[in-house]
Every structure is written in C-alpha cells, then in structure tokens.
Ligand binder design. Structure first.
Ligand code: SF4
Length: 451
C-alpha cells in the first residue's frame, strides 16, 4: 500500500478518554504518512474507537461495522479496525468472521496504538492484525495528539491511564489496565503549546484524575493531582482548566483549596455518585457511603459556593429495592446537581458484579426508575438555570449555536452552555453575557460590558 495517498478515517465512541486517544491514533498514523479522511467513503482504512461501558454501546459499534461492510465492494483493499475498550474486552472474538458474519482486519487495544504501523502492514498482507496487550507504563507522553476534530478553543490532555478501583459493574480496569501517571513536564509543555496555538481551555483527563501520582526523582518529592492542576493553572490566567473524572473517595480538601485559589480553574466538578444507597454502593464496591459522599459535597459547597456539580447515576443495579431507589432520588434532591448522566444498569461479562450478583431488576422496572431519575434531574437542572437568570457570567465562545445561525454559543466556568446574540464575537473570545432566559439544558442571554 503506497501510504502517501492513503487515508485513515477514525470514528470515536464513548468517553472523553477515547476522543483523546483518537487524537493519539491520528498522530501515529499521520507521522507514518497517512492522512486523515473526513468520511468512511474516502478512506482506505477505517478505525472505530470503541466503548464497552454498556451492552448498547457495543451493539451500536457492531451495527455500524455491518453498515460499513458494503464499502469493501467499491474498495477491495479497504481495511477495518476495532480500537479501544471493545478490542480490549473481546480480543480474538472480533476476528471470527463466521460468528460475526463480517470481516474485521485489525483489533487494537488502548495501550497498543504505537504498534499501528506494524499492524497495518500485517493487515495489508492479509494477516489478522491484533494487539491487545495492556501496559503498566504506556502514557503516550511523547506523542503529540493531532486534534483533527477540535474547534481550536478547547482541548483534552490525558494525564493518566488505567484504573484500579474495580467498581463491581465496570469493565474499564479490565480493558484499560493498571493506573499510570504521565510525566508532568510533558503535560505542562502540551498545555503551554495549546495556549500558544490559541486554545483557551484544557480538560485534564483520566479515569480517576485524583489518583495521579508522579515521583519526582530529582526533588525526591511526589506530585499529586492538586499539584499538577496548580501548575497547569499557573501557565496563564486566560487559560481555563477543567478536569474529569474524579472518584468521590479521593477528592481532597487540598484539591478543593487549589481550585478556590485559581479563578481560571473552572467552577465545575464531576463527581459520579452512581447510587444514593449505602447498601447499593457496597454492592457496587464504590468504597464510600452515602454520608461520606455527602460530606465531600458539603466541603465543596462550603469552599466553592458557586461551583457547579454534576454526577453519574445507575438505575436498577443488582438487588436494588424501591427504598434504595428512593434513597438515590433523595440524594439527588439534597445535592441538587446541576447536571447528571443517568443510565440503566447493564451487566458486563467478566466484571465482579457479573460474577457475584444476579442482574435481577426487571428491565421494565429499570426503565421506570431511570425515567423517574431523569424527570427529577430535569426539574433540578431547570431550577439551577432559573437561578442564573438576571446574573452575568463570563463565557468562552466556542462557535455558532447549532439551533440558531445568528447566535453564538459557549460555556461559562460552571460548564453551562450559553447561547447569545454576539455576531462580533469569535471562537476563543471571552465575553460577558447577561442571562435573560433558560431551558433545563441551556442558558440564553445577551452580551454586556464586563461588570
Ligand atoms: S473508578 Fe470505577 S467506574 Fe470509574 S473507571 Fe474506575 S472502575 Fe470504572
């Protein structure tokens, strides 16, 4: 395959970590003379970077791969590869054409993207190309991401990989392996470069950023996440800093104080609770109780009263009773999250939950409980946005509003989407907006002078 003219199309599913990984994949292939294709039709190689967090996520990918098979008729040499967590979970099973009823040429796990040039060669010569080995060291620190999808305003920076929390329902520790933190110097130089290139926001990424630890051999000191966050915030006060995701058991007062010290560290913390019942949290092996979670929330509200809080909630986990479901809803009311990601429990093969517990909550009950949680959160989000009406906030402009061409959109420090009249503003600008209206998902307003 004469690579000079060959194109790779990357389609990404799942979490922010996967989108950040796709930028590493783009970097590896473009530094091997491939170019990035804008659509599968124009590609010689199609990569789907996949998610395994729920059964539905995997079904979507399988259906998509089936959908794309017809392109082989037009391009016999076309290669298709599965990357990411599905590759790490299903491994060789993805190469069994008969069983799948379709051909997949490459299977590449989250720690094997450096091997892509070799695997592409193997696949070109008709070999089955697979590498799903997990690494205890790999952080891709020396590979500069190619931000082929980003709008030039906000960018992801992965600071660590893997997770060792082994929450009972989760596949991530099995598909992404042991925790390893990235050299802070490489994180800082990436953030500085982004600022110099005009980016005005970075999101520090990890399955659990609070587990970040770097042993500084020279200084003989250990850098934790608060230290790294402070260093990135120190690059420039016009560079906003966000981070995701935190595990409630590791969110320290030190971290909350660090956020309070730096106005450019955004006032929004994503703290997945998953359930409001201590008994369910025990069965989930989340390593905190309802009371411990609420005490962390109190600490945040005390030191950062203007901080927005978001969370993840699972409805219908193994053995969940109506009372335990009620505890989840009462916790959501008590915290009054500004936003939440809410899903039905989806049993994942190979997880601790699948081994220990029955997936015994009937699907219609899961669906009803999920609806109750979503309806409740929508009310809470609307009240939260109503409270912002009449206030003025600083917005980082990201681009045109999807819904109304004559309007611009951006987000404030609290990670709320703001749509406003502002034709003279451009992506990357900071503008002040007076909030005049809202929905449960969006704030609306007009540009005003800085108060
Ligand atoms: S913290 Fe728990 S839920 Fe999150 S990635 Fe790790 S094991 Fe999964």
């Amino acid at each position: 395959m004469d690579k000079k003219n060959k194109k790779v199309y990357i389609e990404t599913y799942g979490c922010q970590m996967n989108f950040s990984d796709s930028e590493i994949v783009a970097s590896v292939v473009t530094s091997n003379n491939f170019t990035i294709a804008g659509s599968p039709q124009e590609a010689d190689v199609i990569f789907l970077n996949t998610c395994s967090i729920r059964e539905h996520a995997e079904k979507r990918v399988i259906n998509r791969l089936r959908e794309l098979q017809h392109l082989r008729a037009k391009k016999p040499g076309l290669l298709m590869g599965v990357l990411g967590c599905m590759a790490g979970r299903l491994k060789e099973a993805l190469l069994e054409d008969e069983k799948l009823g379709m051909r997949i040429d490459m299977v590449v796990g989250p720690d094997a993207y450096r091997q892509l040039p070799r695997l592409l060669k193997d696949a070109e010569t008709g070999g089955k190309a697979i590498d799903v080995i997990l690494s205890a060291e790999e952080t891709y620190a020396d590979i500069g991401p190619v931000r082929y999808g980003a709008g030039g305003v906000s960018a992801f920076i992965s600071i660590m990989r893997g997770c060792e929390n082994f929450c009972a329902y989760c596949v991530v520790p099995f598909t992404r392996g042991k925790e390893r933190s990235r050299n802070p110097d490489s994180v800082l130089s990436e953030a500085r470069q982004l600022f110099d290139e005009g980016y005005r926001e970075v999101t520090l990424l990890g399955q659990n950023v609070n587990s970040y630890r770097w042993q500084d051999e020279h200084a003989g000191s250990i850098l934790d996440f608060s230290d790294l966050l402070e260093m990135v915030a120190g690059i420039n006060s016009r560079l906003r800093v966000r981070f995701a995701t935190s595990h409630p058991k590791d969110i320290s007062d030190k971290l909350i104080h660090t956020i309070a010290k730096h106005p450019n560290i955004c006032r929004s913390i994503h703290l997945p609770v998953q359930s409001g019942s201590t008994e369910v949290l025990k069965r989930m092996k989340r390593k905190y109780t309802r009371a411990q979670y609420l005490s962390r929330i109190q600490a945040v509200k005390k030191l950062l009263p203007d901080c927005a809080l978001s969370t993840d909630v699972i409805a219908g986990y193994c053995g969940e009773t109506e009372d335990e479901h009620r505890e989840t809803r009462s916790l959501m009311k008590e915290v009054a999250f500004d936003f939440a990601y809410m899903f039905k429990y989806s049993e994942r093969p190979g997880t601790i939950a699948a081994k220990l517990f029955d997936d015994d909550v009937p699907d219609d009950v899961k669906t009803r409980r999920l609806k109750e949680i979503i309806d409740l959160q929508q009310e809470i989000s609307l009240l939260s946005n109503r409270r912002d009406e009449g206030s003025t906030c600083e917005v980082l402009v990201e681009g045109r509003s999807k819904r109304s061409e004559d309007k611009m959109m951006g987000r404030n420090s609290r990670n709320k989407v703001v749509v406003f009249q502002g034709k003279d503003s451009k992506p990357g600008d900071y503008v002040w907006v007076k909030i005049t209206g809202c929905t449960s998902a969006t704030l609306m307003g007009t540009i005003v002078d800085q108060p």
